[in-house]
Structures are given as C-alpha cells and as structure tokens.
Design a protein around this ligand. Sequence first.
Ligand code: MF3
Ligand code: CO
Length: 250
Amino acid sequence: MINRKSEREIAMMGEAGKLLANCHREIAKMIKPGVTTKEIDSFVEEYLAKHGATPEQKGYNGYEYATCASINDEICHGFPRDEKLVDGDIVTIDMVVNLNGGLADSAWTYVVGKADEKTQKLLDVTKASLYKGIEKAVPGNRLGDIGHAIQQYAEAEGFSVVRDFTGHGIGPTIHEDPHIPHFGEPGKGVRLKEGMVVTIEPMLNEGTWQSKMDDNNWTARTVDGGRSAQYEHTIVIKKDGPLILTDQGE
Ligand code: MF3
Ligand code: CO
C-alpha cells in the first residue's frame, strides 16, 4: 500500500532532511586520507544527538551502525570500520535521520584527496543521473519514467545501473511501498501522485551491474571489483513537481 503524507508529516520530514543535508556538509569537511569510516560514524551519532535527532538505521533489522559506509567496489551497506581511507578512495556515506518522528534518507559519495578524471566522471554521472530521475517525479508520470531516465543516461555515459537495490517510499518507517527501480521502461509501473514521499538513490558501477553479498549478509559489492558510486535524496512529489527534502545545494 502506498501511503501519501499529510502536510504536517511532510514538514517534519523536511526538518529531518535539512539536518541530514547539514550533516553531509560536515562530513564533506572530514573526508581526508587517514580518516576512518568509524570516526565518521561516531561523528554522525554525536551530531544528530546534539541536534535532538537519532540515527534510524541503528537497530534497523539488526544493523549496528548509524551510517552505511561503502568503499570503492562496495555498492551499499558497508560497515563503518577502523581501516584508514587513502588518497583516491571513494566512499558513500548513507544515513537515515529521525527528527521528532520525521524521517529523511540521503547518501552521498565522497572522494578522498584528489579525484582523477575517471573517478570524477563516475561521481558526476551518478549524481546527474539522480537529478534526471528526480525531474521525472511529477504527478501523473509512472515509476518506469524515473527508472528509464536514470538508466538511459547512465548507460549512454558508459556505466551500469545496479538492479538489486532500489529507491523506496519512506514515512514512519525507512522502507515503504513502492520500490523504485533505477532502470525500466517509460510509461510502465505505478502512477505517481501528489503527497508521495520517496527516495531516489541510483548506484552506478564502472563495470557490470551484478552484485554479490559479503559474508556479513549486509554489504553488497560488485562481482567484477569495479567501483560503485551512489547519490540519494528524499523527495516529496508536489502538485507542480518534485521537492528535494535533503538538498545540500549541490
Ligand atoms: N539508507 C538505506 C537506503 O537508502 C537504508 C539502509 S538500511 C540499513 O535504503 F539498515 F542498512 F541501514
Ligand atoms: Co539511504
């Protein structure tokens, strides 16, 4: 069942979204060779506590951390850890903020040190593909319109789109209907309606889209060892189009 949100719920999710966007801006400043994803995770917990919020991922289905931190060939749900990031790594930090019961979800890929041309292209195309998908999130369009826009652009730029993880509705809980694939056919799938709040979160790979699961049963990584990037926003579908609740101004 797809539940549409009231103005009040949307306002609460918007407050969580602003805090989450600010938290990502702080993380951006921390990303340097030598920092660990455990340190980033601790920072996030303290930052949220200071602002009266909690990390919704912690304890979700037994997940133990405030953030997911996915490095290089890890697609998503990487565990924060003590290994130091090194120059040239890419790392996706994903988190769900709960502020007074309003949730917001946003992931961002950061480069450690200076990005070479190939890395920059992966990040630029992944981010641009997110915005191509968001553009299609207007009432009357269908889910396939979002997925198609992302896939067509990503593949034309030489990357593949992960199939095994999708965007999702978000409301009182992290994952609600509908699932939002980042690939698909225009005009197919559920029709989008005013008041739906969803995440769009394309994961693009340098090589094949196929993923495999680590022994920890959480972390997905590329089968071919190619790197994977991801950008995610929480958006609300308004009468006149999408509004990004987790906008960082980038
Ligand atoms: N933030 C993730 C998403 O975008 C949800 C991760 S759930 C967790 O869907 F338990 F892994 F944290
Ligand atoms: Co997320």
